[in-house]
Structure formats: C-alpha cells, structure tokens
Design a protein around this ligand. Structure first.
Ligand code: IMP
Ligand code: MG
Length: 200
C-alpha cells in the first residue's frame, strides 16, 4: 500500500496501523463524550507530538469543546532529572472554570507529564485528566495516572502519527519502528537518555 513512497522505506515494523488508530479514536471519543457531557471541556494538546492525535480525537468527541496547546521542553535524561520543565508556549487563558483533558502522544518515563500536571494543578482546573495514545511498557520514573489509553506498546523507540526522530516521520499515518540503518551508528535511541529536546 505504501510501497511507492520513500518515507515508508525507513520503517522496519508497523506497531499500530492506521486502521487500529482510527477505530481506537472512535472508542475513546465516545467514552470521553459520555464522561464530559454537560461540562466545560478543554482539550490540551502538547506540541508538537500530540497534534495528529488531538486533531482526530477532537472530531470523535461529539460535544462542544475548546482546544489549546502547550509546548514544553522536556529533559529526557533521567540521570539529570532535576524536574525542570520549561514552558515554551503557554495556554491562552485561565483554566479555573474548565475541565482539562491533557492529550499526549506517548508516555514513557512520565517525567514531562508529571511536571506539566503539577504546573496545571496550581491553576485550579475543575478537573485534570490525561488521555495518551501510547503507553510505553516500562517502569515510570514518575508515576502518572493515565485516565484514557490508546495502546500499550513495548519499550522501543517509535515514530509516526506525531512522533519524531530528529523532527522527521511525524507525518506517517501509523506508528512504527525505524530500521537500524536510519540511526547514527545503527543504535536505536534510548528514550530515557536523550539530550534535552524542545517542544516535543
Ligand atoms: P517522558 O519520558 O514520558 O517524559 O516522554 C516525554 C516525551 O518524549 C514524549 O511526550 C514524546 O514526545 C517523547 N518520546 C518518548 N518516547 C518516544 C519515542 O519512542 N519516540 C519518539 N518520541 C518519544
Ligand atoms: Mg509529547
């Protein structure tokens, strides 16, 4: 199906197909619509990775809702996990009258999300919950509760549907694993030990 497009040549394995993503989002959208009926819902997307997911999810939630974005720099190196998360782009307005649902592409160590939630809690939203497309099967550095989860995936570095490697591959319609030859020195990135990345 994708044979004629170069971008797909770099993928060794598809972990979650386009079709699986599509039907899961319908399911999540219905569940979220039931839970937030009659409430002021704000979907909060984290730039840049959550953009495809929030765009599709928002259209699967048949309720009036607002959408806003935050960009944060996540320091993915657990040995330097000082807990510093810098806000690069903040929300447009106050959230104290809103039910906030954070929409995330992937939760790995949990560090970014943990500190983002701490910042948001101080602003006293009516409620604060999390919807993550992917939950990586590894121990969290920081425990965070995921209220809605799309898929549990193995502890591998993945790209596509918003997720990048060196800012590329976000536009793949599925979630997959790159061929080792794509990486420098053929080594798959350890997501807990990456250098600081901004606006992931
Ligand atoms: P954390 O380790 O839970 O703080 O993950 C922070 C961010 O790292 C995620 O929101 C993603 O943007 C990025 N990330 C984690 N795992 C992967 C991956 O496998 N591929 C691409 N980006 C990832
Ligand atoms: Mg992210």
């Amino acid at each position: 199906m994708y044979d004629d497009i170069d971008l797909h040549d770099d993928i060794s394995e598809i972990l979650v197909t386009e079709e699986e993503i599509r039907s899961k989002i319908v399911e999540l959208g219905e569940q979220i619509a039931r839970d937030y009926q009659g409430k002021n819902l704000l979907l909060l997307g984290t730039l840049k990775g959550a953009v495809p997911f929030i765009a599709d999810l928002a259209r699967a939630i048949h309720l009036p809702l607002e959408i806003d974005y935050m960009a944060i720099s996540s320091y993915g190196n657990s040995s330097h996990s000082s807990g510093v998360v810098r806000i690069l782009k903040d929300l447009e307005g106050p959230i104290d009258q809103k039910h906030v649902l954070i929409v995330e592409d992937i939760v790995d160590s949990g560090l970014t999300l943990h500190y983002q939630m701490e910042v948001l809690r101080q602003r006293r939203p009516l409620s604060l919950r999390v919807c993550a497309l992917l939950d990586k099967g590894r121990e969290r550095v920081k425990a965070v509760k995921l209220d809605y989860t799309g898929f549990h995936i193995p502890n591998r570095f993945v790209v596509g549907y918003g997720l990048d490697y060196a800012q590329l591959y976000r536009n793949l319609p599925y979630v997959g694993i790159l061929k080792p030859s794509v990486y420098e020195e053929d080594v798959e990135p350890e997501t807990h030990h990456r250098s600081p990345v901004e606006g992931d």
